[in-house]
Write a protein that binds this ligand. Sequence first.
Ligand code: UD1
Ligand code: CA
Length: 451
Amino acid sequence: MPDKAALVLAAGKGTRMHSDRPKVLQTLLGEYMLAYVLAALRPHFGDDVWVVAGHQAQMLQAAFPDRRFVMQAEQLGTGHALMQAMPTLAGAGCRHILLVNGDAPLLDEHLVRIFLEKAEGADIAFASIVLDSPGAYGRVLREGGQVRAVVEAKDCDAPANGAQIHEVNAGMYLLDLALVAELLPCLTCANRSGEYYVTDLIALAATKGHSVRAVECGKDESFLGVNSPLELARMEELLRARVAERLLQSGVLLHAPDMARVSPFARIEPGAELTGPCEIAGRSEVRRGARVASHCVVLDSVIEEGAELRQFSHLEGARVGVGATVGPFARLRSGAVIAANAHVGNFVEVKNARLGEGAKANHLTYLGDADVGAGANIGAGTITCNYDGSHKYKTIIGEKAFIGSNTALVAPVSVGAGALVGAGSVITKDVPEGDMSIARGKQKNLPRKKV
Ligand code: UD1
Ligand code: CA
């Protein structure tokens, strides 16, 4: 039974984003906003993390199929979201919860750790930050240094005018669940938003003499929430710059750090070389000595040691082996495996196909559902015809086979090892090992009619 669990608030519509998607499904560097918050929590809570979903809940569940959700059918405020989660949390038997807004993608594991340490022992603790312009954040009201309340920006009146208070609520709380169960029925929606505010728990607890602590986090922008497209763009840029800085410090050769967009979930080894602008997203890995030239997009792909991606190549779910060369202008789609020292040249598309060690497909080719043996040469304009309109079929090309230019290989078909296919052939039958095959109209030379 966990003593502590985490609850992420993600049910809100995010009206200010003007989007049909739930706000936490907006992306930064190709990753959902919510993925960042969950990644910050995982080291501390493992699977004891629940997410409150509401607006477009099905979309959220589809994007995070392994997560545990609590439903908030009507979004009546952050306090109301917590009310919906109480039975689940009580059922899980935990005594404390870390409650966190799902719209804070700059959070990280380290910040969560520090907060948990400093929050320990209080009945209610929350992170506070200091902002020059407190904007729409909840203001921290103190009396004689003691926290008395958090007052939402909309509800701030003169003379306690919120604009003069720079300490604000960052949206992360450690709560004693027994106390929360006692206080939640006292929340009302008698405020300018007409919502149940989770932040009202602070004044309620303080009034009843419970220990309420603001964990002061200074000017740390990592707690900032994303509420508008402008804030999303700013946060994404902050995150991008942080990743670039981290890569440089770890020893990655990053030539244009201001133009590289690398997901924090990608693994780039020291000694890998990236020439910006480029985009490396998802769970991609770029190994030591590999080079990614400018204008490449790499998603969920592995680039092994010493491999080279030349300019404008686009990879998704691909693997490029040691010392292989890809591009410029190559497209490797899901299941493309380029073995060691193989070459894929310009305007070559590879999908669910393996190009064996040292094999070459240098120009204008489509290899789909294919297995190409080591040392084979695929001539310019070769197409594997893998689809008959209803099914996909496989093409097998043996080691050191030579496929002449402008060949159509109509799958299912195989070309044996060491075989040669003449240029312009349409191959519909298997070619035995070592044979030469030509399948095209014979050339006739006729005297030209006089005009
Ligand atoms: C909230 C805090 C504010 C704090 C700020 C920090 C409240 C009342 N105010 O304001 O004090 O300074 O965060 O960023 O909590 N959500 C639900 N269900 C709802 C409403 C919201 O799950 O019914 C979720 C949202 O999806 C979002 C999070 O709660 O992830 C925060 O909601 P949001 O509307 O962004 O609150 P803020 O106005 O930013
Ligand atoms: Ca917010």
